[in-house]
Design a protein around this ligand. Structure first.
Ligand SMILES: [Zn+2]
Length: 311
């Protein structure tokens, strides 16, 4: 979540890039969530392709035995999630990222500031974000900007563009644009510009979002508790920031699940979302293709494809 301006000096940014020098890691932020660690090699066997996975570790008890070879039928993806402050990404799309990791997708986090203006100093928040990334099995990059001062010029766009290029992202998640915090708005604008050629850009909700009209729902049925564990890695915010409310996060997942016609969901606005259904030819004048998988656009659970070829 967002920091609030304070009179204290702002520590220097981290210069943009991966894993800044850190940190004092608060032990309280680590232990509670250790049980959900998602190893980069933790996979389940793929029943579709008959591929045997590496031995499971404790992560699978948390996220369920989800085939990682092909997930719900598609190839693995490279995912970039961008947030203004430590914990923004986990609040907004932590469940979706857990689902991506469980199917074998590569996930990179880009956090634009260290949140040093919030109710904990920067060193602790860096450590908390590193712990959350480690639990998720994600790479972590820092934007290097000052908290509450994410710029609206090309420097922020360049940082995001570099992260897109380095991660090779197939899909980008970031803040929804209508938000009371200037860092959230600036980050959303930078991603929108940097990802102008990306085929999938989904926008997540924050506690400070002022208007949100989701159209894409991702099923996080079994991942809500694991998402809460990711947030517990940001223990300073759970304890001191009233906007990081785990009960509200749980209720939000149920509410979005109801709206998305499932048990628990995370919901997203779509800057752009290209849905690749493959190149299969229609076998009948109309083909009703039941959609399986974790990415379920609202009101599009069935696609009707008219015949386009003459007999
Ligand atoms: Zn924030």
């Amino acid at each position: 979540m967002a920091g609030t301006p304070a009179a204290s000096a702002v520590p220097a940014g981290n210069g943009g890039g991966r894993r800044p020098a850190s940190t004092d890691r608060p032990a309280s932020s680590v232990g509670a969530a250790r049980s959900l660690r998602i190893s980069r090699t933790a996979q389940a066997d793929c029943a579709v392709h008959g591929i045997r996975a590496v031995p499971h570790d404790e992560s699978m008890s948390a996220v369920g035995a989800i085939p990682t070879c092909c997930g719900a039928g598609g190839s693995t993806m490279r995912v970039l999630a961008v947030g203004a402050h430590p914990d923004d990404i986990e609040l907004g799309c932590g469940g979706a990222l857990l689902a991506h990791r469980a199917r074998g997708d590569e996930v990179t986090l880009l956090v634009m500031t260290t949140g040093e203006q919030g109710p904990q100093d920067a060193r602790s928040r860096i450590g908390e974000q590193e712990d959350a990334a480690e639990l998720l099995g994600a790479d972590l990059r820092w934007g290097g900007f000052d908290d509450c001062a994410v710029p609206t010029d090309r420097s922020a766009v360049t940082v995001v563009q570099d992260a897109i290029d380095a991660s090779g992202a197939d899909i980008v998640y970031t803040h929804a644009p209508l938000d009371t915090h200037q860092d959230h708005r600036a980050t959303a604008a930078a991603v929108r510009a940097a990802a102008r050629r990306a085929r999938r850009v989904l926008l997540y909700e924050s506690p400070t979002t002022t208007s949100f009209d989701p159209v894409v729902y991702i099923d996080v049925a079994t991942l809500v508790e694991a998402k809460l564990d990711l947030l517990r890695a940001h223990m300073s915010q759970v304890l001191k920031n009233g906007l990081v409310d785990l009960e509200a996060v749980e209720a939000q997942a149920r509410y979005h699940g109801f709206r998305g016609r499932m048990r628990n969901a995370e919901a997203f606005e779509a800057e752009r979302f290209v849905w690749d259904l493959g190149a299969a030819e229609p076998a009948a004048p109309v083909v009703a293709a039941a959609v399986a998988g974790p990415l379920v656009p609202q009101a599009a659970a069935t696609v009707v494809v008219p015949r386009t070829r003459r007999p």
